[in-house]
Design a protein around this ligand. Structure first.
Ligand SMILES: [Fe+2]
Ligand SMILES: [Fe+2]
Length: 290
């Protein structure tokens, strides 16, 4: 069961947007993901709210907690993104394009949009599994505040991994049960597979654009080491993501069948509801000497 935690992050004035100094390219890529959050996550909230009246009443509690977690995420990314947009004004057109695109997508059917949200949530879950596996390499020596923002977000993506999938499937079943056509069978699976591919293309496009702009500002665009690292991360992440997305299209799949990384659960168990804080990364995993 998901829990809505109101964690607040405050950034000192001297916060460096290259918050992973040992792997600055990772900050470039992660920041481009952060830039997307205030476009994508309000979209999740709006689309899922539209589905609420059609869902099985038993689903509503977890669906509302999922909405609550996403609302917390984008609010906190918005605060962090102010730093990014001030340092890298070239990201502003990407931010505006993402805002417009997700508004445009919303004009399509509710079924399409719920499938799109489910696909994006599988991508988010894959990012969490991938980051847990590579966390020492990616986060060692990182600035605690942004590192904790990302890890808190990823931990909650693991926690609510089934929510969007359940909303999508439940909405489809109810529409199908009401005699609507196109909500079951091979055509439905083919449409969902196409939606999944579109989600991958859109996310990859924005992340590549944001990372390239940031690398250029940081004068790392022509740095071979940066591209070697980014290529290796992209390939390992693509393997994780494409496996999970392929499984998600198969009939009978449920996200609960995927094995979660335990690291987040152990870390989130330390959440203090009184102060609404999670432990900072350096308290949990001190950086290795380099
Ligand atoms: Fe989120
Ligand atoms: Fe999510």
């Amino acid at each position: 069961m998901s829990i809505v935690r109101r964690v607040r992050f405050r950034y000192p004035q001297n916060t460096d947007p290259m918050w992973t100094p040992r792997r600055p390219e990772f900050a470039c890529a992660a920041n481009s993901v952060s830039l997307l959050m205030p476009s994508i996550e309000p979209y999740f909230v709006r689309v899922t709210r539209r589905a609420l009246p059609y869902l099985d009443p038993a689903r509503k509690g977890e669906t509302e907690r999922f909405i609550g977690q996403e609302a917390q995420h984008f609010g906190q990314h918005q605060v962090f993104n102010r730093l990014l947009l001030a340092r890298y004004p070239g990201l502003k057109p990407i931010d505006r394009t993402a805002q417009r695109l997700f508004r445009l997508l919303e004009r399509r059917s509710l079924l399409f949009n719920l499938g799109f949200v489910a696909a994006l949530e599988t991508i988010a879950y894959s990012a969490a599994r991938w980051a847990a596996r590579y966390r020492r390499e990616l986060f060692d020596g990182a600035d605690d505040i942004p590192a904790t923002l990302f890890l808190w977000h990823l931990a909650e993506e693991v926690e609510h991994k089934a929510a969007a999938h359940d909303v999508y499937r439940n909405y489809r079943e109810r529409m199908n049960g009401a005699g609507n056509r196109g909500y079951s069978g091979g055509l439905f699976t083919a449409r969902f597979a196409a939606t999944v591919m579109l989600a991958v293309v859109i996310v990859a496009g924005f992340v590549v654009a944001g990372t390239t702009v940031t690398l250029a500002y940081e004068r790392r665009l022509w740095h071979p080491v940066a591209w070697i690292r980014l290529t290796r991360w992209a390939m390992t992440f693509a393997f994780e993501m494409l496996t999970n997305l392929t499984l998600s299209v198969l009939p009978g799949f449920h996200p609960e069948q995927l094995v979660d990384p335990l690291w987040y659960e152990v870390w989130m168990a330390e959440f203090d509801p009184e102060t609404e804080t999670v432990p900072v990364l350096s308290d949990v995993e001190p950086a290795a000497a380099e």
